[in-house]
Design a protein around this ligand. Structure first.
Ligand SMILES: *[C@@H]1O[C@H](CO)[C@@H](O)[C@H](O)[C@H]1NC(C)=O
Length: 374
């Protein structure tokens, strides 16, 4: 499909008018990541801390968590998991997923979300995946009142095993995350389409990475009966996959701009909202798939301090003097140069094993060199 110049002009005008007013809304639930390591015990004394009335949630999110007791802890765990995973995946990049306790507009990820760039895409996908993952596991652990292990898996014909045991409830996790996370996207612009797409892409990486595990029963492991269940992937695996999607994210443009769609009845009257399709910005590319991340704005280069995105720049960041990659000093420091300092570390060395059972070590001091960006 070819885009006419007129169409592009309209898009740009439109783009500029709404990107100015962009506000990050409804993502306050991310701050639940800061509530410490919540105990999984719904009866724990700290459970009252999670009383929905006190939480940074929208009205609809509150309703949903009240209807499903136990989900708040799972959401808080998920938010924490997402923050840790984001920082792990980006530890060697200029943008290293910095967190602000009292971030802009209630977003702990800060103002970067005002941009429709790859980093925002990743954050939305990862946080939504984390809620799906965490809730699915919590169901199986019995810590949510309204769900259990998934006992409704379909048995394929002619197999020598059967479902048994407790499967992580990916279906419930996916559905819950969709309701809880997507409810905040009620914008009328292209950005909400981008966010919804990335949210769903994140969740799909959880459901499609479920793995079957089996166990044999019978005399001395003879496997006369084999039972199987479905287990969630490690969240690290989801993070790795989403990072790959980040690297290969699709730049998109709105298609069908302006065509109005009547929203379904949900309680109130019918509303119209603009419905966009996501077209690849490069017409030679395929349209983005359901698991692809999409964005529509270039990322900043993240070199210098930039208050408009709340990023402090790479000054002072540690870099690798021999690497040619983005963690190397050339790229990490954006050509500003770096300084090298030596420091000593004390570590255990020359360890020997003594029968039985002791390991004795010496303490050695070693000199290391640290390179940091100017
Ligand atoms: C620095 O980069 C080199 C080359 O990529 C790599 O072999 C080395 O392990 C890196 N060092 C650190 C401390 O990451």
């Amino acid at each position: 499909m070819r885009l006419s110049p007129l169409y592009i002009t309209v898009f740009l005008l439109f783009n500029c008018t709404w990107s100015k007013k962009t506000r990050i809304k409804g993502v306050q639930w991310w701050t639940l990541a800061n509530t410490g390591q919540p105990s999984n015990d719904v009866y724990s004394p700290s459970a009252h801390l999670y009383s929905p009335a006190l939480l940074p949630l929208t009205k609809k999110q509150r309703k949903l968590t009240t209807k499903n007791p136990g989900t708040i802890l799972a959401i808080a765990k998920g938010a924490k998991m997402a923050v840790d995973e984001c920082q792990h995946q980006f530890r060697n990049r200029r943008w290293n997923c910095p967190i602000e306790e009292n971030g802009h507009g209630g977003s702990i990820f800060g103002k970067i979300l005002e941009k429709g760039c790859r980093e925002s895409a990743f954050i939305y996908a990862l946080t939504s995946a984390a809620v799906a993952h965490s809730v699915a596991r919590a169901c199986a652990e019995g810590s949510i009142y309204t769900c259990t292990c998934d006992y409704n898996l379909k048995q394929p014909d002619g197999k020598d095993w059967e479902w048994g045991g407790c499967s992580d409830n990916a279906k419930f996790g996916h559905k819950f995350s969709r309701k809880f996370v997507d409810v905040i996207e009620k914008g009328r612009d292209f950005r909400y389409m981008m966010n919804l797409h990335n949210n769903e892409a994140g969740r799909r990486h959880v459901t499609t990475e479920m793995k079957q595990e089996c166990k044999c029963h019978g005399m001395s492991g003879s496997c006369t009966i084999k039972t199987c269940w479905m287990r969630l992937p490690l969240f690290r695996a989801v993070g790795d996959l989403l990072k790959d999607r980040f690297d290969g994210a699709s730049r998109v443009l709105p298609g069908n701009a302006g065509s109005m769609e009547t929203e379904g009845n949900n309680g109130g009257g019918r509303r119209k909202r603009r419905k966009f399709t996501l077209l690849p910005a490069n017409t030679n590319h395929k349209p983005p798939g359901k698991k692809d991340l999409v964005y529509f704005e270039d990322s900043p280069n993240f070199c210098e301090k930039d208050t408009s995105i709340g990023f402090i720049g790479t000054k002072g960041r540690e870099c690798n003097a021999t690497s040619l990659g983005i963690d190397g000093c050339d790229l990490m420091c954006c050509g500003r140069g770096y300084k090298s300092e030596s420091y000593t570390v004390r570590e255990r060395c020359s360890c020997t094993f003594h029968w039985c059972c002791q390991v004795k070590c010496k303490v050695c001091t070693r000199t290391k060199i640290r390179h940091t960006c100017l």
